[in-house]
Design a binder for this molecule. Structure first.
Ligand SMILES: [Zn+2]
Length: 177
């Protein structure tokens, strides 16, 4: 795990000052005023894997206004607080690629520590296309099929891990692409 940084200073409930205290086995932020314990948990991210029968994968290039602009990723996004995780995956994929997908099984789940500001847990789903038209949107400005062996520069270290895992699994699912 990477170094932990102090990300928050004030209580989200009452605005009081947060201070570090040893609680339940580790240092945690606690409000001086109302004693609220600010549990810091990773954010959940979802990504959707689409592959052709010849082992190419659909990747998205991150737009100028997004984080890591110009770098590529397996289409992905965050789960909203009150959103079902599978609906989030379908929504993010639709927004970024224009394609409607039916989700298959979870391919893998990984912890992402590359950004000290936001640790995430990523869930990569396998999927099949059921509709839509391939077109970049939302936080991405290009989408395209890429060889697992020769991807463009990727934004996230865990996506490289996923590509390596995919090479071992060799599952082609998308026909007619
Ligand atoms: Zn408080």
């Amino acid at each position: 795990m990477n170094d932990r940084i102090r990300r928050f200073s004030f209580c989200p409930k009452c605005g009081g000052v947060l201070e570090l205290r040893h609680i339940k086995g580790r240092e945690r932020l606690v409000c001086r005023e109302c004693r609220y314990i600010f549990f810091e948990n990773p954010v959940v991210g979802v990504a959707v894997i689409l592959q052709t029968s010849d082992q190419r994968i659909l990747l998205a290039r991150r737009a100028k206004h997004s984080t890591y602009p110009g770098l590529w990723c397996i289409p992905c996004g965050y789960v909203e607080y009150d959103e079902d995780v599978r609906e989030a995956a379908r929504r993010e994929f639709r927004e970024e690629t224009g394609l409607e997908v039916e989700l298959g099984p979870v391919f893998t789940v990984l912890s992402n520590f590359h950004n000290p500001e936001t640790h995430t847990v990523g869930i990569w789903f396998q999927a099949d296309i059921v509709g839509g038209c391939l077109q970049a949107g939302d936080d991405v400005d290009a989408v395209g099929w890429h060889d697992l062996d020769n991807p463009p520069p990727l934004a996230f270290p865990s996506d490289y891990t996923v590509l390596e895992l995919l090479k071992k699994c060799c599952r082609g699912t998308v026909s007619g692409v």
